[in-house]
Ligand binder design. Structure first.
Ligand SMILES: Nc1ncnc2c1ncn2[C@@H]1O[C@H](COP(=O)(O)OP(=O)(O)OP(=O)(O)O)[C@@H](O)[C@H]1O
Ligand SMILES: [Mg+2]
Length: 320
């Protein structure tokens, strides 16, 4: 019998294995290029988001349907490497994670992603660990397997478990309806625009507030993030990054930092700042998970952080 109160965080969402390559300055078609920065790594919003939370020292589990094949084994190895528990993964011979080919522009750090979902292990309702979710502190979901997302969100309703939504794209009407089930809704601005019909971040937030009583945040890459408070819209600028290599996983890391702040009971602006800092770490290396820090590395950071975050991180790092 599994104890239901095992995890601080449960993640339900897309699971991918990324093959990432930082392209040479000049790509010559129909030739071979020797490259230094080419790697295989677990990816996807919840896959990487849950890894980031686990690296920060929170007990974290990922719910997925995986088979006995090479890509599934890589995915499981990757979860284990970053400290994510794999015992909520359901085995199903023919399933596998998404496969993603990620090409990174060496000049801008922007990445172009090609995703294949053949034989993807979409979750079934009986795969959702209802009691484990209800006993967790935070449930993280995305918008790539919306049936699973909805079952998991429904499972959390009426329990103390907070629900963090990271929607990037999908059926507009369904996503709008699901917003009501989120206690913390953190969307890329583009998705916020799709769901609200507004353009300006403040207007997007105010329009979405008609659909949810959850805390609303929108992110927009280098432009930073905005959150709606009862009195105003607050803006958190992105942090300057000296050397930008690969923007893969920035959004996932932002969500993870926010979730860590939720678990610690930090105020909204500190949660946003920590998410921003974590995202800025990720961009310095190839792969969304390569630069994820551990809790013990969070003291004496060189970035210009607010006194509030500096103090919270100093306390947190001492608990490692
Ligand atoms: N180029 C950048 N430089 C500095 N910070 C960045 C950059 N891109 C993203 N960030 C940080 O990460 C946060 C989230 O990024 P973004 O809005 O691109 O999320 P996303 O669209 O969900 O991305 P992803 O595809 O990684 O999930 C931003 O609010 C910002 O703090
Ligand atoms: Mg994202």
């Amino acid at each position: 019998m599994i104890s239901p109160s095992r995890y601080d965080v449960v993640a339900v969402g897309l699971n991918a294995v990324d093959v990432l390559v930082r392209l040479p300055e000049k790509v010559r078609p129909d030739t071979k290029h020797m490259v230094k920065e080419l790697l295989i790594q677990g990816g996807a919003p919840m896959g990487t988001g849950s890894s980031a939370v686990a690296m920060l020292g929170y007990s974290t589990a990922f719910v997925a349907r995986l088979g006995r094949n090479t890509v599934s084994e890589i995915s499981i190895d990757q979860f284990k490497k970053y400290g994510v528990a794999v015992d909520l993964i359901v085995r199903d011979e023919n399933s596998r994670p998404a496969l993603a080919l990620v090409e990174i522009d060496p000049k801008t750090a922007a990445r172009t992603v090609f995703v294949n979902l053949d034989d993807y292990g979409f979750l079934q309702q009986q795969d959702i660990p209802v009691e484990v979710i209800r006993a967790a502190k935070v449930l993280m979901v995305d918008s790539y397997d919306l049936d699973a997302t909805e079952w998991a969100l429904q499972a959390a309703q009426g329990s103390p478990c907070r629900t963090m939504l990271d929607f990037e794209s999908g059926d507009t009407e369904r996503l709008r309806r699901l917003l009501a089930l989120g206690t913390d809704v953190i969307l890329p601005l583009e998705c916020g625009r799709q769901l609200s019909g507004e353009t300006d971040p403040a207007k997007v937030l105010r329009e979405l507030a008609k659909l949810t009583s959850g805390q609303l945040v929108v992110t927009d890459g280098v432009h930073g993030s905005w959150a709606l408070t009862p009195n105003e819209v607050i803006h958190q600028p992105s942090l300057p990054v000296a050397v930008k290599i690969d923007s893969t996983g920035c959004g996932d890391a932002y969500h993870a930092g926010y979730v860590a702040g939720l678990l610690e009971g930090w105020p909204l602006h500190v949660r946003m700042e920590f998410g921003t800092w974590l995202a800025a770490q990720v961009i310095s290396q190839v792969g969304g998970r390569t630069a994820l820090p551990q809790r013990k590395n969070l003291s004496h950071l060189s970035a210009p952080l607010s006194p509030a975050l500096t103090q919270h991180l100093a306390q947190l790092s001492q608990q490692s």
